[in-house]
Every structure is written in structure tokens, then in C-alpha cells.
Design a protein around this ligand. Structure first.
Ligand code: FES
Length: 117
């Protein structure tokens, strides 16, 4: 795939998690490869790295959490914001398994980075 690679940029950081494909919503399932989903690791609030995988503040599912101001994102539902001040979901990185190898299927869907940049 032809793409611009910003070598060394923290904006390249991604979160990967394998989930039960049956838990993924209609938007998320086509972007997943055997239940594996990928998202930008840069919080949409102020751009901190999203580093935690913990039980949601509301509900029982595990979610991605940014520890800077406690925003939470549900990877089963396109990483939509389920808690905290983040203004929008994490950018999604579609995946596919090709010849037994996990590869990126398309560029990020959505904006990578925090509110300011
Ligand atoms: S930067 Fe992530 S919640 Fe504020």
C-alpha cells in the first residue's frame, strides 16, 4: 500500500486488541480481522497517549482509557467515547489478514490527534 510514513511520530502509535467478533457493532466488524481491531493511541481530548485497558467507569466491559483526564473509549463500538471529556472517538485503522499475516487494510478513518492539533 502506498502511504505517507511519518517515521518516529507519536501519531503512529496504535492500540490493538482482540475481541469476540460477536461483540463488535456493524461499523466495527468490517474493520476487524478475526476480532482484532486497531485504533490510534492518541486521545482526542488533549492528545495524551491512551495507555490503559481497564473496566469501564460505567458498565462491566473493559475499555481503553486515557489516564490524563479519564476519557474512555469502547473498541467494540468504533472506539466511541463512553466516559470523560474526549470530544470524539479514536481514529480507526482497518485491518485484514492476508496470507496469514495481519496487515493494515486502509488509512485511518477519522482524525488522528488531540483537539489542538
Ligand atoms: S488527553 Fe485524554 S482525556 Fe484528556
Amino acid at each position: 500500500m502506498d502511504a505517507i510514513v511519518r517515521d518516529g511520530s507519536r501519531l503512529n502509535e496504535v492500540l490493538l486488541v482482540r475481541l469476540d467478533p460477536n461483540e463488535l457493532d456493524e461499523t466495527t466488524r468490517p474493520r476487524a480481522a478475526e476480532g482484532i481491531v486497531a485504533y490510534s493511541a492518541i486521545c482526542s481530548h488533549a492528545g495524551c497517549p491512551v495507555t490503559a485497558w481497564i473496566k469501564a467507569s460505567e458498565g462491566n466491559d473493559d475499555v481503553f482509557k486515557c489516564m490524563c483526564h479519564n476519557s474512555e473509549y469502547d473498541p467494540r463500538r468504533g472506539a466511541q467515547v463512553v466516559f470523560g471529556p474526549a470530544p470524539r472517538r479514536l481514529a480507526a485503522l482497518p485491518l485484514v489478514i492476508k496470507d496469514g499475516v495481519l496487515v493494515i487494510a486502509a488509512p485511518f478513518i477519522g482524525k488522528v490527534g488531540g483537539q489542538q492539533g
